[in-house]
Structure formats: C-alpha cells, structure tokens
Ligand binder design. Sequence first.
Ligand SMILES: [Zn+2]
Length: 380
Amino acid sequence: MTSTSSTLALRCATCRRTYPLSDLPWKCGGCHGVLDLAGFTPAMPTLTDLATRRPTLWRYAEALPIPEPPDVTMGEGLTPLVTAPGQPGVALKADYLMPTGSFKDRGAVLLAALAARLGVTRLMADSSGNAGTAIAAYATRAGIACDVYVPADTSAGKIGQLRAYGATVHQIPGTREDTARAAARAADEPGVFYASHVYNPVFLHGTKTYVLELWEQLGGRLPDTLVLPVGNGTLVLGAYLGSVELRDQNLIDRLPRIIAVQAAGCAPLASAFREGLPAPAEIITQSTVAEGIAIARPARGSQILAAVRASGGAIVTVTDTAVHAAHAALARCGLYVEPTSAVCWAAIQAGLVPATPLHDGAPAIVAPLCGSGLKSKPPA
Ligand SMILES: [Zn+2]
C-alpha cells in the first residue's frame, strides 16, 4: 500500500463511525447506514499536466484514491463529446463507448483495483445489467473470481456476457429487491468483498471522472447543467462528488445544476423531491422500458436528494412513450444506445431542462449516453 491508500477508511454517512477498508464492510455495522470514503484529499492535475497524459481516466491519478492497476485497466475513460442534433448548446457524452459498453466501467475498474490491493481472491456483485458485466470484466482481468447475483428474468444476452467473462451467475427468482436481499446475505459472509456499485463509495470516485473529463474537455470549466439518469444514483453522486472537489480546489466558481431524470413508472426520488422529503418516497412500482434506473428503494436515496438540492437542480420524470421516441431519435442521429440512456434526451425534448445560453460556443447542457444499444433487446 502507498502512504495515500494506507490512510483511506470507510465512514458511516449517518453515525460517522469509521472502518478500515481491510475489514471489507459494505455498510455500517452499528446503524446500517451507507459508507463514504474518508482519509483522501484529491488534487486535480492542471490542463498543462494533462496535455501529455494518456487518454484514459487514469490521467487524473492525483484525484483518484486508488493507483492505476497496469494489468487491469482497459484504457477506459475520456469518452467523446458529441453534438446533439438540432440543439445547439447541448452536448452528449458518449460513455457507451467504454470497454464493456457502459459508464459503469469508470467505477468497476476502481473496485477491481481496490480488491486486488486488498488481496481479495473472490468478489461478488449484484446487478441486473451494466454494473455486473463491468465488474465481471475487470475482476477477470485482475485474476479475481467473481459471483454475480441477477434477477431470474435477466436477458440471455446479459447472462451470456457475464459467463463469457468467467463469472458465476446466480439467477434469483422474484424482483430486483429479492436479488438485492440474496446478494446482501452473501455479502455478509466473512471474507467476502462485495463489489457493490451502490454501497462501495470507491465506485463513486470512479464515476466522478465523468465530470473531471468534462472540465478538461471544456477547457477548464463545467457546463451550467448536467442532465443525468437516476436510479441508484451512481452517476449523480459521482458527478456531484467531482463537482464539489473541483469547487473546493477553486477550479470552478459554482456547482453545475443537476437535473436528474427518472422513469415515470418507478420514480421514488422524483416523488420525494416534489414533496420536499429527505428520503425516497414509498412508491408503487410499474414496469418501465428504462430498466437500468428502475430502482424502487435506492440505498443512497437521501444522499441523492441532498446532492440535487445542493446543486440547485431538480428530479424530473419522463414517460415510456417519451423514452421510446427519444431512443428512436438518437438512433436516427447515429447514436444507438440502450433505452435507459434515452431518458435524458427525452427530458430535454420535453422541455424539462431549463434552456441556458451558450458560453463562447461551448455547450451549457451535457447529458450522458450511458450504455450501448447492442446489449439491450431491440425496440419493438
Ligand atoms: Zn452508522
């Protein structure tokens, strides 16, 4: 361990109790609160420093809590910004061009690197999609055995991808929450490293590179507005974390406004935001085409609500009809993403994102294209 990583610890967001990383806790043993990373001070490299570095997210080494794992990285990061069709002022960040086809590679590579440094020989994850495949891919590169818990109705394509990476797939009957419960039981076994994209805060230090890249790609500034899909909040919380770190280093004046987008059929965060609640609302779930964000009880829900409010943003919803239309419109522009990735475009098209003027020709609004359309069922 380097002197930096040896000072890292996990701290409960609720009761502030701290735990060593080597204890492999995934939530607070006292109050069951979620854990955040403590004992790490990020430093953003200058634009001049960055000019000579390789085009991966590891170019921000000083801002990351884990050193680059040379044998594990697949060159993930620094995805292109693409012009949005017919919408000057809006740019789309093509995170579906990552090694496993989704933005989840940003966090998965950090978790695999952490597991390797901790000497873990087996890890587990639960995911109905992109997070599980990303973690399985980076685990196999790190030489770490991987168990993935998925709902029994997960598409054959996704299960095939997991097995191809060498993961042991556990198909759990019932809902996504039943899968999460089965995973939690497995995670509580001694010596298990739960490589959770939701609970492990190191994952968020990976997804924050989305914002660090934007800062660099826009010449040392952030857009006024970040439009982001939200289910478990891995991208919203990562984007917020990165923005706060840039502000704390005086590299931006103010936080970008976060407009987070949920599917109308599963919107506990949008409901809570509307009602001014501090935690996700109890909701009746309906099915939605945006399966990647259909999360009824997001574990970091309170943190997501606080982040969006602190940014001066909002949480909005879009209907499946609007998502289908946005998905088709993006494909007609050459951008073949999974339906979940179309929710932000749907929100922009529906006028749910306040218009912002251009700054010297740079985009004022940026939304991600999170996952490849090649992994999802073709649209009906
Ligand atoms: Zn606690």
